[in-house]
Design a protein around this ligand. Structure first.
Ligand code: NAD
Ligand code: ZN
Length: 248
């Protein structure tokens, strides 16, 4: 393992354009459950009921309460050593972008500056019908509020099942991935499209791939370096190694 960590550190420190793709696994050590693991959210909830437009339309209060709960949970939790190590890494190598499938806002709260949120952010809301957008308002209660402009429901600005990803973010993600020398995949099962295409496309364009995950994922067979373990333990080791290299 030590050798693989050194190898990953050298790959990253020599990289001009680096993309990091993160999934629910990076926030697990902050205490936010993943969707698909053994204690994942989908083991106890039905995704179609809670994270789809149909679900929201048929039971707005249930879906609203679930998102309020997720928002408060995310706010209670802190970024963990993996989020913080990515902030350090951004300051140590030339051009690093974090592309995340997470909505928990922890990369921004940790201090990462270049963050592309492919599935939205739990702090942001928008009208179901018109272009009105809103940040969380502490006056809101257990029922979805109404849009001040058109009277329709306010919904979470999160990509639900069956919905398109935000176009600007998606285009940027594909562009920067295709120009990357190194692509680091952290804590994602690789089952959600189109996010799962990014490393594959990066590799096709010559990037080398590094993965950090506690188990094998859809990517494991295709990466150059597979680091099996917790992101909050492995990433700080990589960053320390680069720091030591730089100061010697
Ligand atoms: P996923 O639940 O499908 O997979 C999580 C992955 O993380 C698994 O491969 C697991 O082995 C790995 N993992 C678990 N603990 C880890 C750790 N400590 N270190 C490294 N890896 C670890 O998650 P996904 O691939 O991100 O699925 C995507 C969907 O889940 C997205 O739509 C995303 O919006 C949503 N989601 C987001 C959050 C969040 O914002 N924190 C939480 C749950 C789900
Ligand atoms: Zn409206």
């Amino acid at each position: 393992m030590e050798e693989l960590i050194s190898l990953a550190a050298r790959m990253l420190s020599g990289s001009n354009v680096t993309t990091v793709s993160t999934g629910a696994g990076i926030s697990k050590e902050s205490g936010i459950p993943t969707f698909r693991g053994s204690d994942g959210i989908w083991k106890s909830k039905n995704p179609k009921e809670l994270a789809s437009l149909e679900g929201f339309l048929s039971n707005p209060e249930l879906v609203w309460k679930w998102y309020m709960q997720r928002l408060f949970t995310a706010r209670e939790k802190d970024p963990n050593p993996a989020h913080l190590a990515l902030v350090d890494l951004e300051g140590m190598i030339p051009h690093l972008t974090v592309i995340t499938q997470n909505v928990d806002n922890l990369h921004r709260r940790a201090g990462s500056r270049k963050v592309v949120e492919l599935h939205g952010n739990i702090e942001h809301f928008r009208c179901l019908e018109c272009a009105h957008t809103a940040d969380f308002d502490p006056e809101w209660d257990d029922r979805p509020p109404r849009c001040p402009e058109c009277g329709s429901y306010i919904r979470p600005d999160i990509v639900w099942f069956g919905e398109q990803l935000p176009r600007t973010e998606l285009e940027y993600a594909f562009d920067i991935s295709s120009r990357s020398d190194t692509f680091l995949i952290i804590g994602t099962s690789g089952t959600v499209q189109p996010a799962a295409q990014l490393p594959i496309m990066a590799r096709r364009n010559g990037a080398r791939l590094i993965e950090i995950n506690v188990t094998e994922s859809a990517f494991t067979g295709q990466v150059d370096i597979s680091l099996q373990g917790k992101a909050g333990e492995i990433l700080p080791l990589i960053v320390n190694e680069i720091r030591a290299e730089n100061s010697s």
